[in-house]
Structures are given as C-alpha cells and as structure tokens.
Design a protein around this ligand. Sequence first.
Ligand code: SAM
Length: 292
Amino acid sequence: MSDTASSSGTLYIVATPIGNLGDMTSRAIETLKAVDLIAAEDTRHSARLLQHFGIQTRMTSYHDFSDDARVELLLHNLLDGQSVALISDAGTPLISDPGYRLVNRARERGLRVVPIPGVCAMTTALSAAGIPSDRFAFEGFPPAKHTSRLKLFQALVQETRTLVFYESPHRILECVDDMAAGFGFDRTAVIARELTKTFETIHCDTLGSLQHWLRADENQQRGEFVVLIKGAATEQDEEIPADAKRILQVLMEELSVKQAVSLASRLSGVKKNQLYALALASAAKPDDTVAQ
Ligand code: SAM
C-alpha cells in the first residue's frame, strides 16, 4: 500500500470483532489485505481471523511486553515506506490492549497514523445497557487484589458519570462483591457478558441482586464481561415533592422565575438549584406548567 503524501508508510490501527466475525468491517479487511505487514498481539490467535477473511499479509508480533527494539523495528519499517496495520486479539487496539507506545512514537516521528474503527466491548455494552450513556468514564480492568480494588470503588463512589469496567470470568464474582461493598448494594449496575456471541447476556439490577444472580447460575460466571455502574445520584435527580412543585407553579404565575424559585425554596425546603432546574424546564414547555 503506497502513501502518496510522503515516502513514509502509514500505521493503521484496525479494530477487529469481539466474538461475531460478521462485525468485521469491509474497510478493516481491505486495509489488512493491502498493508505490507500486520503487527498482532498474538499471531497464532490472529491467524484464524486472517484465514477466515482470506488475508495473506505477513504478520509479526507486537504486545505490551515488546521491547524498545521491536517498536523501533516497526518504526523503521514505516520510515522505510512500508505500511503497517496494528491489530489486537479482539476489538479496538489500545483500549485495554497494546499499542500506545507504538502510536505515541510513530506520531512523535511525524508518521501518519490512521484509525480503522470498529467494535469495542465498552461502547457495545454502553449502547444496549439502558443506563445513562451521555457521560461515562472508562476504568478498564479493576485491580486484581481485593484491597486495592475495594479502595478504587470507594474512591469512585461519588462519581456521577456511568463507570465502565472490564472483568475476566475468574474474578467476576469477587469483583461484583467488592462493587456492592464499595458503591452500595442498592446501586444500579449492568453486567454485559459474551457480547455479540451465542450466550450474550445483558442484565441490569442492583449490585446486591446481581451478586445473588451470578451465584444462582454458574453459566452467568463464564465468558467475558463488561460491568457498568450507574453514576451516583445528583441533586437534580432527587425527587421534588409534589407540593413543592405546586407551590413553584403558583408562584411562577405571579412572579419572576428568580423570585418564584427563591420563595418556593423557603416555603418547601427544597434546594434552590433543584427548583431552578425545574422552573427552567417547565418554562420551555408550551403550556407553561411545572412537570408533575
Ligand atoms: N480492545 C478490546 C475492546 O475494544 O473492547 C478489549 C480488550 S481487553 C484485553 C479484553 C476484555 O474486554 C475482556 O476481559 C472483557 O472484559 C472485554 N470484552 C472483550 N470481548 C467481550 C465480549 N464479547 N463481551 C463482553 N466483554 C468483552
């Protein structure tokens, strides 16, 4: 694959499926066929994928433990005008997968780095979990040791964004136990297991109930997991009592929003910012009523 813009080759970062081979994009196939070299996390594992799609490109290994010499060799290939594609065992490279050092050094040397997007377990889980996805934080794999894991969850207890974790089958039970202890048994969470595969399961419940659910069926402990934790409730989420809404509505008919909110807050004891958000939302409604 020649690069017309410069004599250096391009580094392609190519996403591959996380289970269902039907999720391989045509651009990924074309790119892997066209490049001079594929750098793969595990060449034996990726050989099956390449064979399935009739890709005959030469492969070399690249993983997190690759030494500087391996990175330099790949950079040398690129500087020499060869194009290289980086793939991981599954999903998007660099997302809890190797590639950061290579991409970082390639960009430092002014080489072109082109993403070929596709599947990622995190976004796949988020898209179907049914908990807020407008703001989220990806935490990757939690620590393997109980004490550090619990400490991390306790440190994140006030986080209002949805939290996304990866977990392996041999740690899923103890991880969910620590999540329940750290975030609270009543916190809503989603376990997304074996996404895009035959036994795909996406189950939403409180962490306390998820602990029981996992233990009740050993099959639910098998496979690959994404665990999503609903963010901590914000003040705006707290339910405003119906009488406070009514007071605000009446006052808004006679006073400015600012005065109505201030007075309604004094009368009802509900925080001003909560009432203000409600007032603004209702002002935007055509019939000018406060949402019940
Ligand atoms: N780069 C990958 C991506 O884009 O999602 C993630 C690689 S990371 C080493 C592997 C972890 O991703 C698994 O342990 C699991 O937590 C999650 N994962 C990968 N495939 C999955 C699947 N089909 N269903 C659920 N989780 C999956």
